[in-house]
Design a protein around this ligand. Structure first.
Ligand SMILES: [Zn+2]
Length: 233
């Protein structure tokens, strides 16, 4: 799969990112709305002109979907945030660093966006610590020597393992329940031993995380909400 175009497009007066991807073996043009926006995939032999015709033909549907998409972005921009799998309200503090009290975050900032940004910075620091600790705890269990562990903001993945065994994690995992974060750590550590999604890989994961299917489902269900947090205008 190769992204051949990324741009902002207007659909019925609303802007959304449009991504065009070339997929090996694809038979026709398809369109989906994801947390990334409008994602169009096409076979290699289909030209740009045909894609534009396809978009025109589906314009009515796209306008409705993009309007819904924008609403969802706005919702995640509001005064609530997921942390460790729970919803927290963000309240306006007059001073001081971000505080967590009961089911509320208190943060300074004159707009909901500013306050959310401050809470996200706070969560990012927590996340680094939590992910590194979790890796350190599970690596010996899986008999894996870890090299580099990096924690970043990724739009489309929770974690990855490179051929040389460097691991990278999406800091947004701290928005998921701790057991889900733990599962992703186990998943990536297992990749150091098995660089694929073979039966052997999954049975290795299951040995340390028998409920991994539930956690995969949780991530699927909450993917958009988590990935969209703080990304609106
Ligand atoms: Zn994997």
């Amino acid at each position: 799969m190769r992204t051949v175009l990324t741009e902002n497009r207007e659909f019925g007066g609303k802007n959304a990112p449009l991504k065009l991807r070339e997929v090996k073996g694809a038979k026709s043009i398809t369109v989906r709305i994801t947390h990334e926006g409008v994602v169009v995939t096409k076979p290699r032999w289909v030209g740009r002109k045909q894609v534009e015709t396809f978009l025109k033909e589906n314009n009515g549907w796209l306008e409705i979907q993009v309007a819904k998409w924008e609403e969802q972005v706005a919702e995640t921009l509001s005064d609530q945030v997921l942390y460790l799998g729970q919803v927290y309200s963000i309240r306006r503090a007059t001073s001081g660093p971000v505080r967590l009290a009961g089911s509320e975050f208190w943060a300074v900032g004159s707009t909901p966006q500013e306050r959310l940004k401050n809470v996200m910075d706070w969560m990012l620091r927590r996340s680094r610590q939590t992910i590194r600790q979790t890796v350190a705890r599970w690596a010996p269990e899986l008999k894996v020597a870890t090299k580099r562990v990096s924690i970043r903001d990724q739009v489309s993945r929770w974690g990855s393992c490179s051929v040389d065994g460097s691991l990278s994690f999406n800091w947004r995992l701290v928005m998921a329940p701790p057991e889900v974060l733990e599962y992703i750590v186990i998943h990536e550590l297992a990749h150091v031993r098995e660089h694929n999604h073979s039966k052997r890989f999954w049975s290795l994961v299951a040995r340390f995380c028998p409920d991994y299917e539930l956690f995969e489902k949780w991530l699927d269900d909450h993917n958009d909400r988590i990935m969209l947090t703080g990304r609106g205008k």
